[in-house]
Design a protein around this ligand. Structure first.
Ligand code: SAM
Length: 210
């Protein structure tokens, strides 16, 4: 597959302006939620379409995103959320969520997540350490957990698109996507989910059904 991973100048300006306003750092029911509202809506749309039994979230942070996912779980058919973060923080009470602490690329955390997913349908949201070296490992481990017809959402690819200094040399999530996806044609980039104001450029993928 040959994808065109470029974004227009004016769109990049608009996203940069939204980031400067800290529009990607809001709260959901009182808990910090580190996404653009438009990306939240996009995720809700995609997950309601895919209807995973299990949602795996890599990068829990304050848990606002976990609480957000749980708030439409019934409508999206989500039975369980498994969320992992290397740092243990105070988190909201989310009855359907299991909070794990540890490096999401460690064998221990991966084994626990795989076990909790079992043979159920599974979508994955990747939002932890954004360095390409780490995201490469996450893709190798977790993209195979995504079952046919389910979503793989890669967050914060804007660090590459907007050429953030910290990621300039070794790359961020988009560099990993550019490396992984051409070798994995079982994944398809969605064409109708990504919002104009997004931190997840080229981040909304679905594994083909057959
Ligand atoms: C961008 S924040 C997650 C934001 C959250 N998903 C939200 O939308 O509100 C990234 C999180 O990844 C965690 N993290 C960094 N390296 C990690 C690793 N190796 N394994 C798991 N989590 C990690 C950080 O501790 C941080 O809480």
């Amino acid at each position: 597959m040959d994808y065109n991973f470029s974004a227009s100048f004016w769109r990049k300006r608009a996203v940069k302006a939204a980031l400067d306003r800290r529009d990607d750092n809001r709260t959901w029911c009182g808990f910090r939620f580190r996404k653009f509202p438009s990306d939240g809506i996009a995720m809700q749309e995609l997950l309601c379409r895919c209807r995973p039994q299990v949602l795996v979230e890599l990068g829990t942070q304050y848990g606002g995103s976990t609480l957000f996912f749980s708030s439409f779980a019934a409508q999206a058919g989500i039975e369980t959320i498994v969320t992992a973060d290397i740092v243990a923080l105070e988190r909201p009470d989310v009855p359907i969520a299991t909070f794990l602490t540890g490096d999401d690329t460690s064998p221990e955390i991966f084994a626990q997540i795989k076990e909790l997913v079992g043979d159920r349908t599974c979508s994955v949201v990747i939002d932890s350490d954004h360095r390409a070296e780490h995201v490469d490992k996450e893709l190798e481990l977790y993209a195979p957990l995504v079952t046919p017809g389910q979503a793989l959402i890669m967050e914060d690819t804007h660090v590459d698109v907007l050429d953030f200094k910290k990621f300039r040399e070794n790359g961020g999530p988009l560099r990993s996507i550019q490396k992984y996806m051409p070798k994995h044609p079982e994944f398809e980039l969605t064409t109708d989910i990504e919002p104009y104001i997004t931190s997840n450029f080229f981040g909304y993928w679905v594994k083909k059904s057959s």
